[in-house]
Design a protein around this ligand. Structure first.
Ligand SMILES: [Zn+2]
Ligand SMILES: [Zn+2]
Length: 340
């Protein structure tokens, strides 16, 4: 089968190879991949900026159809369309595994990082950590976006406590920001999405998907926030992973307000900690997902309360992976799907 494999060090070691179709173990299923999204983590792995195991097939944002099930699998059958949790293997007995928070297990192994990923014709996953998609979505590849959605569900619905009437500032209108915006709207918040002039198109999309106010001028964000929330935003959800955006977020949040960090910086950044102390801020973060997160994300998908299709701007054949990653680097597109 075709698979996009990182074979050694650096981006030049990433190659589209012909490798054997994996064989599912007793508790696993073999899935024919319909689509796999490109994520910043894939780029970090390519550039050796994220710990991973070599060789590895890239990609963790996928959906596909079960074509073979191991003899011990009872919850899934051939023909089911599925999505899968990233942390596929872990010790199973530590404090975090017992809670379903596999991502925090020191022995965890994740698809596209340590285990074969979704940028391939087939992938093998553990049945117990693989989920059937809602019936109304069967046959549609859009659910390759479930994994990034689950990351946002973790941050906004499981780790934050946003209430109706809260003024929420979402910093960074990428796919993650646009999903977090929609989830904050579901909580009943008044949501302001902020970016920079290069985000003009994305901010237009944010407005059309339900953001109350959008802003493309970083110098004006504080003025804008205080127009709607005189004391400052109740919540800031930082999705850009850019230090200036974080500093501005800390200015915009009200005293005793909350910051939820979603974006990753990929390096150490300078933070005005005294602002956090003086304002008595609550700081939380969302990283990856737990079992509970997938159940909630799939429930919301099934209820059809989220705009997902609008967030995918490009579908390209897996063979054109180089052009697709170049396009990703330009940061002008929303989600890019590779189709094997
Ligand atoms: Zn991702
Ligand atoms: Zn564990």
């Amino acid at each position: 089968m075709k698979a996009l494999v990182k074979t050694g060090k650096g981006r030049e070691s990433v190659k589209l190879l012909d490798i054997p179709i994996p064989e599912p173990k007793a508790d696993e299923v073999l899935i024919k991949v319909m689509a796999c999204g490109i994520c910043g983590t894939d780029v970090h792995i390519m550039n050796d900026a994220y710990a991973h195991t070599i060789p590895v097939t890239l990609g963790h944002e996928f959906t596909g159809t079960v074509v073979k099930a191991g003899e011990a699998v009872t919850e899934l059958k051939v023909g089911d369309q599925v999505v899968a949790l990233s942390a596929q293997r872990s010790c199973g007995s530590c404090k975090y595994c017992q809670m379903g928070d596999y991502v925090h297990c020191t022995k965890k192994q994740s698809i596209g990082i340590d285990l074969g990923g979704g940028m391939a014709e087939y992938i093998v996953t553990t049945a117990q950590r693989t989920f059937k998609v809602p019936d109304s979505f069967v046959g549609r590849d859009i659910l390759a976006i479930t994994e990034p959605l689950a990351c946002c569900v973790r941050a906004v619905l499981e780790k934050s406590r946003i209430h109706a009437g809260d003024v929420v500032l979402v910093a960074g209108p990428g796919v993650i920001g646009l999903l977090c915006m929609q989830l904050a709207k579901l909580c009943g918040a008044f949501v302001i999405v902020t970016g920079t002039p290069v985000d003009a198109e994305r901010l237009k999309l944010a407005k059309s998907l339900g953001a109350d106010v959008v802003n493309d001028d970083p110098a004006r964000v504080l003025e804008l926030v205080t127009k709607y929330a005189p004391y400052g935003a109740d919540y800031v959800i930082e999705c850009s992973g850019a230090a200036p955006s974080l500093c501005s977020a800390l200015e915009c949040v009200r005293k005793e307000g909350s910051l939820t960090q979603v974006g990753m910086y990929g390096k150490n950044v300078e933070i005005p900690m005294d602002t956090i102390v003086r304002k008595e801020l609550k700081v939380t973060a969302g990283f990856s997902q737990a079992m509970s997160t997938w159940e909630l994300a799939l429930k919301l998908i099934g209820q059809n309360v989220l705009a997902l299709e609008e967030l995918v701007s490009v579908r390209m054949p897996l063979e054109q992976w180089e052009q697709a990653f170049d396009l990703f680097d330009k940061k002008t597109e929303n989600k890019i799907f590779l189709i094997p």
